[in-house]
Design a protein around this ligand. Structure first.
Ligand SMILES: [Cu+2]
Length: 660
């Protein structure tokens, strides 16, 4: 049984959802599940809920019918009394919607295409007769680049790749100039789309497994680095609640966002203070910025089209995570609605992070040094050729960091013999380039700084003009401008003013009489560099700005629309802000747009070392002073009492200063 209204659906609740829909006659054989997830209760109801209150559980399923391509949304009420009381509350057709593609279809498409004689013959023309070496990697479309005659279909287009050997890199060798167009409902080949001219395969070395890399020897000077916590970690997990170093938050997980961090609060000397109600990744958009035949269709919505949760993989102790780990499993469903568990999907652990704060009194030599720790919630998602590693980190000084690392294998293309390298990519191997592209991540940050009454201030720094009060031109001032309503909601990073955004609660003052706040410190922001009239921009104008602010509404979750698969226009942010709701002293959601402006490098081939990006949320007048003064010194290094040890001083002693 769920212990809290925000608990993710259990295996039993998934099974009951499917059973209720079957019993009601909705699961005719041609219908498939795109998703089943918790129908999240309204925020107001969750906040009013108290332990012991009844918990109304509902699931939201999205299905489509492979016979007529119609999409449906179903709500099932899961009775507290047991499955016999479960009721299908609604089962509604959603006109025009194309639900996300599923992992089952990705695999089914590969099997179907390899069994298709036309595909087999086309591969043979290219000299590819060992189908075990071939990878068919299906993508979805944006509506504008779909063939007109098939726009009403659930349509896939597939890349073809070939391994150099049975264990070789599946993405090492593109079969350029040939795409398979597939009806994903019937798994029929509709067409083979061929480029007018085709580059011959390039002589690449695309292997990363040591035994496949010619002449590869491994370093022998890497000595063991072991992390032990002899008394266990300092955090505790109670149901889905994690508590650590004054922090507490609640974990959730779903097929689309992957991990969701709910109800983040900080225990400030016995008073539990809210910081965020809900934090997650709401969309990821990856436009490839290359108009060539191989790449012009390639704009991935990895969250809306496929699902970060569905792509989440099991983590291995000692490789993915090091030290004292607590793992949390995730439950997902397949397209038949059958649940399965991803073991060790979420990693919880505590990390040393060098120094938190320090000062040496140069007169008496006394040193106060504190080691920093952080609490990390992480998942890894494998999205075809790419890996995304997500880290939500909580620090002892009230900071929250959201980091993403991208790794895996870049998409590459052969350059025709004798042709110059195209200007839209970097040459990464012999006669091979990796096209430029951008990874836009959109973090949905439903912050509640000391409650729901919040205002966003845009803070710019500027040099004060020269004048009698500023004769040397040294003065630096800041200006804080409220984001007053949704018509002003799209904000851009400004390097010249080192812009940041503060979320304040005008009704809660700190000890200095100033509204308490948390600052969104931008990182990894970059411009879209795309004409706003272009089709890929019109699908997701969210890409066009660093930060969006909206008034909280429970149903506003997907900034490029609920159904971005095969979309032609935005059904998300631009629609939500059209009514220009006021944003002062109200419940707000911030949408932070960041990621990787990926100008590809040779050193990222044949497998990318992680590209790391992050942004921060930092308390700004939320506390009256450094909240980590109470962090104790390292065990065995004493407190601050008494004079410094005999080796203290100006670093002249052989053993250096002590670590008080
Ligand atoms: Cu990239």
């Amino acid at each position: 049984m769920a212990r809290h209204p925000l608990d993710s659906l259990s295996t039993g609740e998934f099974q009951r959802t499917t059973a209720a829909l079957r019993a009601a006659g909705h699961l005719v054989p041609t219908r498939r599940f795109a998703s089943i997830t918790l129908d999240e209760p309204a925020k107001a109801r969750v906040l009013a809920w108290r332990a012991g209150d009844p918990i109304a559980r509902r699931s939201l399923s999205v299905l489509w019918d492979r016979a007529d391509n119609k999409a449906y949304e179903a709500i099932v009420a899961l009775a507290e009394s047991g499955a016999a009381g479960d009721v299908v509350v609604s089962f509604d057709h959603v006109p025009g919607a194309t639900p996300n593609f599923t992992v089952d279809e990705w695999h089914d498409c590969e099997v179907a295409m390899k069994a298709d004689p036309t595909v087999v013959a086309a591969l043979a023309e290219r000299g590819l007769t060992d189908l075990d070496l071939v990878l068919i990697d299906v993508w979805t479309y944006g509506a504008v680049v779909m063939p007109e005659k098939w726009k009403d279909k659930r349509l896939g287009w597939a890349d073809i790749w070939v391994r150099s050997s049975p264990t070789g890199n599946p993405y090492a060798n593109p079969v350029s100039g040939m795409k398979l167009i597939v009806d994903m409902n019937t798994m029929e080949l509709l067409d083979i789309d061929r480029a007018p001219t085709v580059a011959s395969p390039a002589p690449v070395m695309g292997e990363y497994e040591p035994d496949l890399v010619p002449g590869q020897t491994l370093r022998t000077d890497v000595k063991p680095l072991e992390i032990t916590q002899s008394e266990g970690p300092s955090f505790e997990v109670d149901g889905n609640v994690v508590r650590w170093q004054n922090w507490s938050f609640r974990l959730g997980f779903n097929y689309r966002e992957g991990p969701v961090i709910y109800q983040v609060s900080y225990d400030d000397h016995g008073s539990r203070r809210d910081i965020a109600y809900r934090m997650s990744f709401a969309e990821m958009i990856v436009p490839y910025r290359d108009s060539s035949f191989d790449h012009y269709r390639r704009t991935a919505y990895d969250i809306g089209e496929w699902g970060l949760g569905y792509m989440t993989t099991s983590l291995a102790l000692g490789c993915d995570c090091l030290g004292e780990i607590r793992y949390v499993d995730a439950v997902l469903t397949d397209s038949a609605g059958e649940p399965s568990t991803v073991q060790n999907a979420i990693c919880l652990h505590e990390e040393d992070n060098a120094v938190l704060w320090k000062h040496i009194d140069s007169i008496n030599g006394r040193a106060e040094i504190r080691r920093a720790r952080r609490m990390v919630v992480s998942i890894h998602a494998t999205v075809a050729n790419y890996e995304y590693l997500v880290y939500w980190r909580f620090y002892q000084d009230g900071n929250i960091e959201c980091e993403v690392r991208a790794t895996g294998i870049m998409v590459t293309t052969p350059i025709p013999e004798g042709d110059p390298a195209p200007p839209t990519g970097t040459v990464v191997d012999q006669r091979t380039y990796a096209p430029y592209h951008q990874h836009f991540l959109i973090a949905r940050l439903d912050l509640d700084v000391d409650g729901r009454t919040n205002t966003v201030l845009e803070v710019d720094s500027q040099a004060a003009p020269l004048g009698p009060d500023n004769p040397y031109g040294l003065a630096l001032t800041t200006t804080a401008t409220p984001v007053a309503s949704e018509s002003e909601s799209a904000r851009d990073f400004n390097w010249e003013t080192q812009r940041g955004w503060k979320v304040i609660n005008p009704e809660k003052l700190n000890g200095m009489g100033i509204p308490v706040g948390y600052k969104l410190v931008p990182g990894a922001a970059f411009p879209v560099m795309m004409d706003p009239t272009t089709p890929q921009y019109l699908r997701a104008p969210v890409m066009g700005h660093t930060l969006w602010v909206t008034r909280h509404h429970d149903d506003e979750k997907w900034p490029a629309g609920t159904y971005p698969t095969q979309s032609a226009s935005d059904d998300g942010l631009t629609r939500w802000i059209a009514d220009d709701e006021p944003l002062l002293s109200t419940d707000l959601v911030l949408w932070y747009v960041f990621g990787i402006h990926h100008i590809t490098r040779p050193e990222e081939w044949p497998v990318m070392p992680v590209d790391t990006v992050s942004f921060w949320l930092k308390p700004f007048g939320f506390f009256d002073r450094n909240p980590s003064l109470d962090v104790p010194p390292q065990p065995g290094h004493g407190g601050a009492a008494g004079p410094a040890g005999e080796h203290a001083g100006h670093g002249t002693a052989a053993h250096g200063p002590t670590c008080h």
